[in-house]
Every structure is written in C-alpha cells, then in structure tokens.
Design a protein around this ligand. Structure first.
Ligand SMILES: CC(=O)CC(=O)SCCNC(=O)CCNC(=O)[C@H](O)C(C)(C)COP(=O)(O)OP(=O)(O)OC[C@H]1O[C@@H](n2cnc3c(N)ncnc32)[C@H](O)[C@@H]1OP(=O)(O)O
Length: 426
C-alpha cells in the first residue's frame, strides 16, 4: 500500500508571543489564540483560501467546548474551510506529536501539506463544578415537576460553590510537576547555581535572538505583545540567587520561580509539506524532519523521575538513526525546569545510567552546552504546554537554515512520565 517514504520539509512556523498567566491574554480562549497563530502563518506563506492536507493541533487544558479545537480554529481562520483538522493531546509533548502526525502522512504520500501545532491557556483554565454540586444538578435534571425541583434546590449549600480547579499535578502521585522535578534534582545532585545559570542563558539567548531579528518571521504580535512577556534580558545569576525556593524540601530546595517555567498562555503552528508542494510554491525548505521517538517511564512504581523519559527516548532515536549524541550542530531541550534539563544531561554523561538503564557500554555522551538552546527556550519564553513543540521546531528549523545546514536534536519532557523527541536535518 505504501509506495515509498518521502522527505518531510519544514517550511516555517508562526506563533504569537507567549504571555504570562492572567496577563494580556486573560480573556483569549484556546480557539482565539490558535486561530491567531494560524492566520499569521496564512499571511506569511500566502495560504489564504488554500486547502491544506490536514491541520493537527491540541491543547493540554481544554474546555469541553474545545472538543473540536483544531477544526474550529481552521473554520475561524483564513485557510480554506475545506481543510480537515483534528486534535491530539500528549501533555507537553502535544505540539511535537501533532507535528509528527502531519509529517507521517506527508512521508507516506497521504497528504502534500499540513499545519501542526498547539495552544494552551492557564488563564482560561476550565473550572469544573465540584462532585457534590454535579450530583445535585444531575438529580435536579432527572426530577420531574417544578415543586420537586425547587425542593432539591433548597439543598444548595455554600460548599457546593467551591470550584474544581485543574491542578498542575500528577493524578497518580498527587505531586505537582515541580515537586516531581525537585525529587529528580536531588537524586542527580543538581545545584542551585547551575540551574540559575541555565535560566540566565535562556533569557540572554532569547533576548539576543529578538534583538537580531531572528523572530521577525516566526512571531506575530498579538493583543499588544510583540515579544514573550516573561523575557527578562537583565536576568543575572546574582538576582536569581535571591529568589526563595518554591519546590523541594527545606534547606535542600533549589527550584525557584526563576529557574522554573512560568504558567503561560500562547499558541504556535508549523507548516510542513512534501518537497514537490514546496517547490511548486517556490517556498524554501528550512529543514527536514527525519526521526522521532516517544518514550515513557514508570515514575509511579519505579524509581525513575517523572520528567526523565527523554533520557530514554533520545538514545533509542539515536540508535535507529545510527547517530551519536555528539553528532548534532544544535540541541533544543525544552526547559520545563532548569533542573530537568540538567538532570537529563547528567544522566547521559553517567556511565552507570548508560550501562544499567540504557544497556550501553558506557555513558551516552556529552551535549556541547554552547550549542544548546542557542535562541532561548521555555525558561525565558514561557511554556504554554501544547505550544512549546511548535515553538521549538520552528526555531530549530530556522536556526539550521540560517547556519547553512546541519543537524538538530529536539527533546521534550511531558507529564505522565513521557518524552517526545525528534531530529531535524538540512
Ligand atoms: C506539563 C508537562 O507535560 C511537562 C512540563 O513541561 S512540566 C512543567 C510544567 N509547568 C509548571 O509546572 C509551571 C511551574 N511554575 C509555576 O507553578 C509558577 O510559575 C511558580 C510556582 C514557579 C512561580 O509562581 P509565582 O510565584 O507566581 O511567580 P512570579 O510571581 O512570577 O515570580 C516570583 C518572583 O520571582 C521573580 N522572578 C522570576 N523570574 C525572575 C528573573 N528571571 N529575574 C529576577 N526575578 C525573577 C519575580 O519577579 C517575583 O518576584 P516578586 O515576588 O518580588 O514579585
């Protein structure tokens, strides 16, 4: 059935600047932001009225009204309404997994072009009613007769009005992402200063990239923002060292608001296509998506850290690609927390981890830190969960194109003990 596998071209991306939670996008919905990101892409690549093969996107925090988020966003955009769309969701891996879904169909010749991405708002998080109120409302709904219904209504108490707010926590452990990351940081002996240094590098690199115009054709202003709101170009290790720890135990705690991603709002999308489709429109190819991998770890019963799955996905992907960890010109590691990136790097450098967990003869290898997140990452830009994959792919593809080619590694950790990784090449 499959004739051949084709190369998948990354043509470009677009995102809106990422905002801090309850900031300028407080009244924007997932659909508003995803539509804005799509329309920016449409404008950039002249896609008005174009019927694309497919649009795949998702959000981690969704209202029930968002059951067809990607398709509704297409209908609200200037793409042809004949463009089909569907949603995916894999926590913070959502954006990259959406890109893989579109890429696979292009590779198999099932579509010629597609857009993939993601959106999230922590400002407009879906509030649920609590279980007691839900039961009461359902009973009222099932009850016949106005009087009987009114009688049930008299049972309404103030406790019923306490909303069910989604927690940024793992359902099976009750621990937040930050609390899990703190356990991993301690296990790998990740110090406060190295976390703060990584955060400062993220801010400096993102600020420098904005200054030299790198994001001029990747970011479209939205609701008054022209740059990521969390970006603080004046960040220093000295300033960060004064922040009090927010995750971890007492004296040993090292994780602060400065070396953790902020809760954020935003959207990103990426245009992917076959080479033929791109050539017919004279659109340059920034890079090719050549490999991907997903891994999961048992953080519930086992002793592996919640956000350590990329430490397993990357070596598997490298083995399949016949590459080593050092064979990359650029590395894009999603900075959920500085400690998460540093723990992953340390695991790859550790001979015991290489032998016992990865089945290698020794350590996986070392990442050249001067090639890591050279245009900033989530600590500075912010992390609207499902929008991070699109931000990273578009940033890396452009960076590879700008340097005249090369190979880039992408690593994204996700809730539920999962990791999604990919390789871009030009
Ligand atoms: C989900 C997946 O699938 C996988 C993943 O990615 S896991 C990651 C998911 N994301 C998260 O878990 C989000 C984690 N972050 C949070 O919960 C919150 O941002 C947080 C608890 C860490 C901090 O919240 P907060 O206290 O409201 O932060 P905020 O008020 O902005 O900052 C606290 C202080 O640090 C300061 N600060 C922050 N960054 C700074 C910087 N770069 N330089 C100087 N000061 C800074 C702020 O100015 C503020 O100071 P004041 O109190 O004097 O105003």
């Amino acid at each position: 059935m499959v004739a051949s596998v084709r190369r998948v071209a990354v043509i470009g991306g677009n995102r809106i600047p990422f905002a801090r939670s309850n900031g300028p996008y407080a009244t924007a919905s997932n659909q508003d932001m995803l539509t804005a990101a799509l329309d920016g892409l449409v404008a950039r690549f002249g896609l008005g009225g174009e019927r694309l093969g497919e649009v795949v996107a998702g959000a981690v925090l969704k209202h029930s009204r968002d059951f067809n988020l990607a398709r509704e966003s297409v209908l609200g955009s200037r793409l042809s309404p004949d463009t089909p769309a569907y949603d995916v969701q894999q926590a913070c891996g959502t954006g990259l997994q959406a890109i893989v879904a579109v890429a696979n169909k292009i590779a198999l010749g099932q579509i010629e072009s597609g857009v993939a991405g993601g959106v999230d708002t922590t400002s407009d998080a879906p509030l649920g009613v609590n279980e007691d109120l839900r039961q009461l409302l359902l009973r009222i709904n099932r009850t016949k007769g106005t009087l009987a219904r009114l009688r049930l209504l008299t049972k309404l108490r103030p406790r019923h009005l306490v909303p069910a707010i989604p927690r940024n926590a793992e359902p099976r452990t009750g621990l937040s992402m930050g609390e899990h990351a703190a356990v991993t940081a301690e296990r790998w002996g990740i110090g406060r200063q190295e976390q703060d240094e990584l955060a400062v590098a993220s801010h400096r690199n993102l600020a420098a990239a904005y200054e030299r115009g790198f994001f001029d054709d990747l970011v479209t202003p939205y609701l008054g923002l022209t740059r990521d709101q969390n970006l603080r170009p004046d960040s220093t290790v000295e300033k960060l060292s004064r922040l009090r720890p927010v995750f971890g135990d007492g004296e040993k705690a090292t994780m602060t608001a400065g070396n953790s991603t902020p809760l954020s709002d935003g959207a990103s999308v990426v245009l992917l296509a076959s080479e033929e489709w791109a050539a017919a429109r004279r659109l340059p190819v920034l890079a090719y998506l050549t490999h991907c991998e997903t891994a999961a770890v048992d953080f519930v019963h086992g002793d592996e850290g919640l956000l350590m799955a990329p430490a397993y996905a990357v070596p598997r992907m490298l083995a399949r690609a016949g590459l080593g960890l050092g064979d990359f010109d650029l590395y894009e590691m999603h900075e959920a927390f500085a400690s998460q990136v540093l723990a992953t790097l340390r695991a790859w450098e550790d001979p015991a981890f290489g032998k016992e967990r990865l089945g290698l003869d020794g350590p996986l290898g070392v990442v050249d830190r001067t090639r890591l997140n050279v245009n900033g990452s989530s600590l500075a830009a912010g992390h609207p969960f499902a929008a991070t994959g699109g931000r990273i792919v578009a940033t890396l593809a452009k960076a590879l194109h700008e340097r005249g080619g090369g190979r880039g590694l992408i690593s994204i950790c996700a809730a539920g003990g999962q990791g999604v990784t990919a390789i871009l090449e030009k």
